[in-house]
Each structure stands twice: as structure tokens, then as C-alpha cells.
Design a binder for this molecule. Sequence first.
Ligand code: ADP
Ligand code: MG
Length: 551
Amino acid sequence: MFKSLFIIYKLEGFIFKMNDKQPIYILPENTERTIGRDAQRNNILAAKLVAEAIKTTLGPKGMDKMLVDAVGDITITNDGVTILEKMEIEHPAAKMMVEISKTQEEEVGDGTTTAVMLAGKLLENAEKLLDMKIHPTIITKGYTLAAEKARELLEELSIKVTPEREDVLKSIVITAMTGKGAEYVKEKFADIIVEAVRQVQENDAVDISNIKIVKNKSEGIEDTRLIRGIIVDKERVSIDMPKKVENARVALLSESLELKNPTEAKISITTTNQLQEFIDREESLLKEMVKKIKNAGANVIFCQKGIDDLVQYYLGKEKLYACRRVTRTDMENLSKATGAKIVTNLNELSVNDLGKAEIVEEIKHGEEARTYVQGCENPKSITIVIHGGSEHVMDEMERAIKDGLGDIAAVIKDKKIVAGAGAIEISLSKRLREFSTSLSGREQLAVQEFANALEFIPSTLAENAGLDPIDILTELKARHDKGEKFAGINIFTNKIEDSLEAGIIEPLRIKKQAISSATEVATMILRIDDVLASKQNKEQKGTGLGYQGME
Ligand code: ADP
Ligand code: MG
């Protein structure tokens, strides 16, 4: 009773009273509506909470988060997008913030924390403007103008690099990986990542999906290495086969090594002789398959489908190595790595279709055995094998490596970098403030708030390192005013230094994407002045961040 009265009250705007007693509902009875200021403030609060939640993970001294899901699985991470994905956020506006980090991850592969923090700060600052009775459309217009200008300025402030320079690429990887638990092996990881990217690079394009990451629970992370080839999650089909084949000549077969099932044909066998003949014929057909493989010169076979027991037996007898039911992706990767062609019909298999690898070997890890195809001549698909004592450590390493890979791919493509450690944000902020003076009207204030929001990055980098954010910001600004446009806060020395000289550099693309997506979501949230939530949504709601819902 009370509940429905409450809802009628909330739905005021949607109820038309025909007469005093009979209201007409145009929405389901249990819809809850929040309008105007309340809707805006709630959304801003939720977005702010999301940004607040991941703020402590930013930068080299950022902390990690431990997330435990409903079944007790644990993730320990410093990675913005992973934290937000695992948090199972329900609030609609907070969910939009999660989307930014996903877009950032897909587009660049790094900079997820930065993007979300910027969006949160843009909204927080917009609240100040709303308090000054500035209309949301003015704020969004100002923000959009500022973002456009920022992108332009980013181009101007970026530095052209030649991706041939190993030191530049290594610095980028190290900047991306610092603070991700790979501290004492970062040089080695940087070498591995740079070599991996170089190997699969085709002109200016790098398809990261050609770099496979495999985890090996065993030794410490310092044993992580690059394999010029592929690891297939399959063991050899028969123990009669050799465990290791050197100078492998690899055949890739997409059809099965079995006899086609004669489902339709009727075979009438009346005498034992006939039966024996039939068996013999089948056997000779299967034997023929092995002969064809051998004649083509192959000593290793990866088959996408099944392999008949008898074929397995004959292959073993011939000392050939074979794996069956290899996934399509692995087949494609094997093809890129060894140069072998995937053959659909065994009759067509010839020496020209074979690929090469120095060694094909079955290696056991605990219970599981895998096939390592190593030492490929010019592999266009390769594997990074992460070693580590625990799943959690290896998972976090994988995320760090992926950030590094994404960053290098971006630099190889765009050939442009910016100064990290907050330098680029301060440069942008300073220039946006100058730009704001060229504008008339209240948009000017919005552009200024945009400029202020950018300072959130260096101030958080400092705060997370235990430094005084206000002191650092003041000094950074002063140094930039003096013309030191690459001055940033180096978190290793805790001093303000030239970020380029300190090798703290990032791809231009990260910052461009972060600004675009943060502005997009902030303006989208600001435009909302009416939230209609069905009750089902409301019951599931709760950001897990102390957000109390919309009533
Ligand atoms: P994101 O998810 O946004 O990439 P990170 O936790 O990876 O967040 O932190 C990236 C930020 O850390 C960037 O602003 C980068 O410039 C900064 N950074 C990296 N290395 C250093 C360093 N040595 N000193 C100061 N800042 C650094
Ligand atoms: Mg990063």
C-alpha cells in the first residue's frame, strides 16, 4: 500500500488524472523515476565513485586490488579495466564508466585507469559548474571544445620517433609495465616484448593476436621467455611416437585421418573371406594415408580432426609425431610460424606444403603435456611463455605484457610519443587555460574545468607515491611556465625531471583515446536529466562502492 503511494508520487509527471479517482499509467507500476538535478547528481556521484575506486592504482607506486568473486576466485591486479570488469558494477552511469575502460583497452590496450579517472574528474568539476547554475548544455559544449583543442595540442606536443630505435621502444614498454609487479625483470621483459613485436610486424602494422601468451606454473617470473614458434595444448597421440623431433618438417591437415563412415552404403558380407577382405581393404586405405604423409616428407603432423587408432599405430611405427583435434586458431598460428600450408585433402599434400621448425617436442608440466614447436626460421606468429609460482602472479604479468604490447604497436603505427609522468597533462592543461581566454561566455569556465581535470593525473601520481600533491602540482606548473614543457614527476627519484630524458614516454594514441572517450562519456552522463528504472533493475542495483541507489 505504502509502496504504491510512493511510486505514484515519484511518477507524478507520467500520470494523467482523468478524474479524481482514476489515474492513467503510461509506465509499468513499478518503474521508478528520478528527474532533473537528482538524476544528474546521482549519476555524477556514481561515476565519481568509480574513478575514486581505481585512483589508488595509478602509476608506478599505485597499489593493487584484490577482488574475490561469488565463487571465491581471487584476482589481484593493478589494471584499471580488469578491476572494473570484476567489480560487477550495476549502476547504469557507473557502467558507462566501465565501458570507457573497455574501449580504451580495445583501442590501445593501455591507459584504462587514466581514461576513467579523467571522466570522473570531468564530472566532478561539472558539478561545480552546475552549482553555479550553468546549464549542462553549456558545460558539454565547453568540454567538447576543450577535447577537440586538446587533441590538436596533443599532436603539436607529441614527438616523432623512428620505431627502429630499440631504446625508444624499450622505454615505452618499461613505462607501461612499471608498477605492475614486474619491477626487477622489466629490462628482460622489455627485450622480450620488443623482439616479439618486431618479429610479427608487417611494415607499420602489428597484429597483437599473432603473439600468443602461454602460462607455465613452475619457476619464477625471471624464466619468462620468447619462443620462436607455437605451443599447442596437445600431446602426441601415441607413446610409440618420438617425444622429440629435430629438423621438423611440419604438415598441417584440416581433414581427419579416418575412413569416411559409409553410413548410406549397405555392405553385405556373407562369408568369412569377404569379411577379411573388407577389413584388409580398410586397413590398407589407412596405411595408405600414412604412406602419403611419409612420401611428402613430413615427420610431424598436426591434424585438426581425429586420427584413426590404426593410423596412430602406423605413424608411431614410422617414428612420425602427430597431434589430433588441434584447434583452428592453433592451426593458423602454426601455419604462420612454420610456413606450412593448411591442406584440406591428404591426396594433395606435397613437399611444398610443409613448414619447418628446429625442434618439435612434447613437454610435460605437471599432469599436462604440450607440444612445443620451436626454432622457426621467420615466424609470423610467436609465443611468450610466462613462468611464475602462482596463477595470480602470472595473470598480472600477462596483463602487464599486454599493456606493453599494445603500446609498442601504437608507436609503430603512429610513430609519435608524448612525455609521461604527468608532463603531457600539465602541458595540455596550461595550453587549454590559455585557449579558454579566447572564448567568450560561460563555456570558458567549462574549458577551464577541463584543464583542471587533467591535473588530476600528475597529482594522483604524486599522491600514490606518498608525495604532497599540491606541492608537486605547484612546482610542476612553475617549471612549465618557465618553458620546461617535458617536466614531469619522476616517481623513481621523486623529483621533477624532464620526462623524455628520464625515458618516461608513452604513445600519443593512449592520451588521445583517453581524452576522447572520457569526454564522450562525461558529456553523455551530463545530458541525462531523467532516469527511469524498472524495479527489477533497482533490486539488482548497488555498485559495491557504497552507493545507496536512487531513492
Ligand atoms: P593506466 O591504466 O592509465 O595505464 P598506469 O597505472 O599504467 O595506468 O599508470 C600510467 C601512468 O603512470 C602514466 O601517466 C605514466 O606516465 C605514469 N608513469 C609511468 N612510469 C612513471 C615514472 N617512472 N614516474 C612517474 N610516472 C610514471
Ligand atoms: Mg598503463
